[in-house]
Design a protein around this ligand. Structure first.
Ligand SMILES: Nc1ncnc2c1ncn2[C@@H]1O[C@H](COP(=O)(O)OP(=O)(O)OP(=O)(O)O)[C@@H](O)[C@H]1O
Length: 740
């Protein structure tokens, strides 16, 4: 039987008659779904559950609970966190473990009442005992916090975070306004704070509660890509969360605006409510992009036609009319957007632009939003491309844990031309950070495909800029002959036009294999990836083929496909070390993906001749070695870079025999295999299948029911996002809000 410890972060369902409950259990590493008979469960409670992992047909992996029990701070983990927190002078992680191994759950009692017994622990002498006792007494506050907060289900780890933030004022802060925890402590959200508040007896109608509920609703909406919410919708959402009348909420929204925690903007007959950073970014992007496009540029005094001819001759190519236009706009204008689908010559155009500028001694800087996209840009241009984060020199300020960009208006990027690729992936905050670090007079060339999925973060930046008609846009719409040979390119354009696809043409690169049930689809995919494709096309089954799925859950979701594919693509073997982590098994040879940006993670080559920092969201690697005694997993990226992950850092890694289409954005693979099956309508969309198909360079294989493919092609209702960038650009331009 497996066990998991964590805090109940949400209760999704509870049957009051029989106690059957579905809840979310969160801990430092993960948030999982637990199901079972848990009639007394409450949000915010810290519990240990025992049971087993099961795979639900629709909802994917969930933990079936046989037994659950509350966790108290006297549990070993709690004592360990407390002792090793660095708060008790003289005890580090190793010493804490030795003390606990010796005294178990009685550890705190020993320190308090019979501290001389600590000398029984290896490495502890009289001097150290004195230090420990002194620090223990001095740390009364932290101990009190643990004792006071444990009835509310706050784990010692969170107590420590709370203590570090508020020091000895913590209990007062929480008693006065527990909602500050949701604002100040990462990992404690509105629901947990609300639970503490209700136990303390804070009035349901208190101003703090309502304000936090409103801010929570706004934060939630960011994850749907919205930069603001119309006021009436915010009232509706907050009313549901808080269970309070709309009129009271409306009043509190005004209060939040007065305190500058939100910004309210009037737009036509609507009021738009923004969280401040998003308001500043949306306005900032408008002002900066208009400013950059309208300021004076150094005249290069060149004959562009002639320069183009030089490059054409060198590269043995004849640019199309629109490509020539794009080159001219890039050289004559300040800001230009170059957009087009696959095979329309974006890369060729960028390379021509780079050459002309460099032939005239201008400094060109290339960037892209992800590590993978930057790498691809470097490969196609033969010139270094950085991630936007690197270009902006992200780092930590002295004495701060907050990551920030060192490049800004005061210390801008040194370049004559900045070319940014895959702009569809850039959200409003990142676009503002980039644009404010570009000094007027620098040319900015934004390249992207607005039919791809929009950014993960809030906003619809590329599409809004194009729709506004305020920025110079050159659309590349000719599919070149070479590209037309590829059904991947042809079908991608047909998807965009809502037309039926050319499937299964002889000797081509786009196939559909009809299968009806999920089980048939799964077996077919395994057969293709494990045997038929590698044999027929002479491919490496791990490196050359990527399975992409639209969802995480269900039989054909990423989680289950990874479990199933692992069984065939990297079987257990007595020579392969493996380790279990809750529902996952990490095994030497596994294909894995880094799932969040880690700018400071170190890598080193095996012979230690080269090293560096940074592993990025979407980077794919392979487990190279597992050192069980040191609790470290080593992963190799880009064939040479070895990165070590402590076991407690493994939440940064996911298996990637299969990944989501969203995560694959900005990457390309020789062969892509995609299950086509039922999914919620928002995941059966045109831009999702378009993005998936355009990831493949040599071959696309779709497996499933053709009716869902047809549905996806027809469904071009891109999920609407609340973003006001386009209207604002038009307004700013009309009102001449320039260069101020
Ligand atoms: N003016 C041109 N005349 C003939 N062929 C061209 C021209 N421009 C580009 N091509 C060819 O068309 C194909 C697609 O061009 P390119 O790679 O530049 O397009 P892209 O828009 O960047 O495509 P993708 O997004 O798929 O990478 C390439 O084989 C390229 O050599």
């Amino acid at each position: 039987m497996e066990r998991i410890e964590g805090m109940v972060s949400d209760i999704v369902f509870k049957n009051e008659d029989n106690g059957y409950t579905i809840a979310h259990l969160a801990n430092e590493k993960d948030e999982v779904v637990i199901v079972g008979c848990m009639p007394t469960l409450a949000i915010g409670e810290s519990i240990e559950v025992q049971g087993k992992w099961v795979n639900h047909k629709t909802y994917g992996a969930q933990f079936e609970v046989n037994k659950f029990m509350p966790v108290t701070p006297s549990s070993l983990e709690g004592i360990y966190v407390y002792l090793s927190s660095g708060m008790i002078h003289g005890i580090g992680e190793k010493m804490a473990k030795r003390i606990i191994d010796k005294f178990g759950v009685n550890t705190l009692e020993v320190i308090q009442n019979t501290p001389e017994r600590l000398e029984e622990v290896e490495g502890v002498g009289k001097k150290k005992v004195k230090q420990i006792v002194k620090s223990y007494e001095e740390n009364r506050d932290l101990r009190n916090i643990i004792i006071e907060l444990s009835p509310y289900g706050i784990t010692p780890n969170y107590c420590l975070k709370i203590y570090k933030k508020y020091k000895n004022k913590a209990i007062d802060v929480i008693n006065q306004n527990p909602y500050r925890l949701a604002e100040d402590i990462r990992g404690i959200g509105f629901k947990i704070a609300d639970n503490i508040a209700s136990k303390i007896g804070i009035d349901k109608h208190s101003k703090d509660r309502i304000e936090q509920g409103i801010l929570y609703a706004l934060h939630q909406s960011l994850s749907n890509g919205n930069t603001y919410l119309p006021k009436h919708i915010l009232i509706e959402e907050s009313s549901k969360i808080l269970d309070i009348k709309g009129s009271i909420i409306e009043e509190c929204i005004m209060g939040l605006a007065y305190d500058q925690k939100v910004h309210i903007e009037k737009s036509k007959d609507n009021y738009l409510v923004y969280l401040i950073p998003y308001y500043i970014s949306e306005n900032g992007v408008c002002k900066q992009i208009i400013k950059l496009s309208q300021c004076e540029f150094e005249d290069l005094k060149i004959d562009i036609e002639k320069e183009i001819q030089v490059v054409e001759k060198e590269d043995d190519i004849k640019l199309a009319q629109n490509q020539i236009l794009a080159v001219k706009e890039a050289i004559n204008g300040g800001v230009v957007i170059i957009t087009g689908g696959p095979g329309t010559g974006k890369t060729t155009t960028i390379n021509t632009i780079i050459k002309i500028f460099e032939n005239n001694n201008k400094e060109v800087v290339l960037a892209a939003p992800t590590g993978r996209a930057a790498k691809r840009m470097s490969e196609t241009s033969n010139k270094e491309a950085k991630t936007i984060h690197r270009l902006l020199e992200m780092g930590y300020a002295t004495d701060s844990e907050e990551l920030l960009f060192f490049k800004d208006e005061e210390d801008p990027i040194k370049a004559d031309v900045v070319i940014l690729d895959e702009v569809s992936m850039v959200d409003i905050l990142l676009m503002y950070s980039l644009l404010r670090a570009i000094k007027p007079g620098t040319r900015v060339i934004l390249v992207g495909d607005s039919d791809q999925l929009p950014s993960v973060g809030a906003g619809n930046v590329l599409k809004d800029m194009i729709d506004s008609d305020v920025i110079n846009v050159v659309r590349l719409n000719e599919i070149f002959r070479q590209a037309q040979e590829s059904m991947i390119v042809v079908n991608a354009h047909r998807i965009n036009n809502g037309e039926p696809l050319h499937l299964n043409s002889k000797n081509k690169d786009f196939f559909f294999i009809k299968k009806n049930t999920n089980e048939e689809i799964l077996n077919e995919i395994i057969g293709l990836v494990n045997e038929r494709l590698p044999k027929f096309y002479k491919l490496d089954k791990l490196k050359d083929i990527q399975v992409l799925a639209s969802m995480r859950k269900g039989d054909l979701g990423v989680t289950n496909l990874n479990t199933e594919l692992q069984k065939y693509l990297n079987k257990p073997d007595k020579f392969k070390v493996e380790e279990n982590f809750a529902k996952r098994v990490f095994r030497v040879g596994d294909k894995v993906m880094q799932i969040k940006n880690n700018y400071t993670k170190k890598w080193e080559t095996e012979d230690q001749s080269d090293s560096g920092e940074g592993v990025y969201n979407g980077d794919i690697g392979y487990i190279y070695h597992i050192e069980k005694d040191k609790k470290i997993v080593y992963v190799i990226f880009d064939q040479i870079k070895i990165v070590s992950y402590r076991y407690d850092e493994l939440d940064e890694l996911d298996h990637s025999f299969c990944t989501t289409i969203h995560k694959s954005q900005g990457s390309e693979f020789p062969v892509v295999v995609i299950p086509i099956t039922w999914a919620p309508p928002m995941l059966l969309s045109r831009n999702l299948i378009y993005t998936a198909v355009t990831r493949a360079k040599k071959l696309v294989v779709l497996v499933g029911d053709v009716k869902y493919l047809e549905y996806m092609i027809k469904n071009n209702k891109t999920n609407e996002r609340y973003s006001n960038l386009s209207e604002k650009l038009i307004k700013f331009k009309k009102e001449g809000l320039l260069l101020k």
